[in-house]
Design a protein around this ligand. Structure first.
Ligand code: ATP
Length: 209
């Protein structure tokens, strides 16, 4: 079983990393792939170059063999549509179960994703929720895909929907970029190795002009 966790990771932080690890353990995934996007279709361009975001991810997951960085969206170039990414992973991994991991915020806007119904052709969709999350009313498309149990997800390669509570860490990359631009210390929000990399390369500084 393979987990797929996409994002801009601009920069990666403990909110992403804790979720990735918890989901990997809860579902007993062989690996959890963190997939930085090249060109996000629904938001502003990332602030730092793709190779920098890949390098920060590499530093962040050191010592966690179950987490992997997969740079296929960057290698592919163009708009980073998740459905294309899932299709290419599916072509490589035969009929192993694939889990696309998305936040509850992303799930609310899933209907805007490119060819979104086809996501379920290639993978299960696991929506990460916070304690107290009230599941939205699901339409027929989602209702009929709702898995009866977490265990059921491993028994088919794709096609099911699951809501998974995870530890809530109220951290965002936007806030971290703001803290760095204000010359404050982002300590305890992301790994020290990533903070060191950001400092060394003067990333996320406020422009001087
Ligand atoms: P930004 O603040 O720049 O929008 P972000 O912190 O939300 O960035 P992204 O790289 O855009 O991070 O998010 C990638 C994925 O990580 C999304 O599915 C998002 O829901 C999830 N995510 C973001 N922050 C957290 C968090 N604190 N805890 C759990 N998941 C998170």
């Amino acid at each position: 079983m393979i987990g797929i966790y996409g994002g801009t990771f601009d920069p990666v932080h403990f909110g992403h990393l804790r979720t990735a690890l918890e989901v990997q353990e809860i579902f007993g995934l062989d690996e959890m792939r963190l997939i930085p996007c090249f060109m996000p279709p629904h938001r502003d361009e990332p602030q730092v170059a793709a190779y920098r975001r890949v390098e920060m991810l590499g530093l962040a997951i050191e010592g966690y063999p179950g987490l992997r960085v997969d740079s296929r969206e960057i290698d592919r170039g163009g708009p980073s549509y998740m459905v294309d990414t899932l299709q290419s992973i599916r072509q490589e991994c035969g009929d192993r179960a694939l889990f696309l991991v998305i936040g509850a915020d992303a799930f609310e806007k899933l209907g805007n994703w490119h060819r979104w119904r086809q996501l379920f052709v290639f993978a299960h969709v696991a929506v990460m929720t916070r304690p107290g999350f009230a599941r939205p009313q699901l339409d027929h498309f989602f209702q009929q895909r709702l898995a009866a149990s977490a265990a059921g997800l491993g028994q088919t390669p794709a096609g099911l929907l699951w809501f998974q509570p995870v530890t809530a860490l109220a951290i965002s990359a936007t806030a971290i970029r703001g803290i760095i631009a204000d010359n404050r210390n982002p300590g305890f929000l992301l790994p020290e190795s990533v903070i060191e990399y950001i400092r060394k390369n003067n990333l996320y500084q406020r422009s001087k002009c």
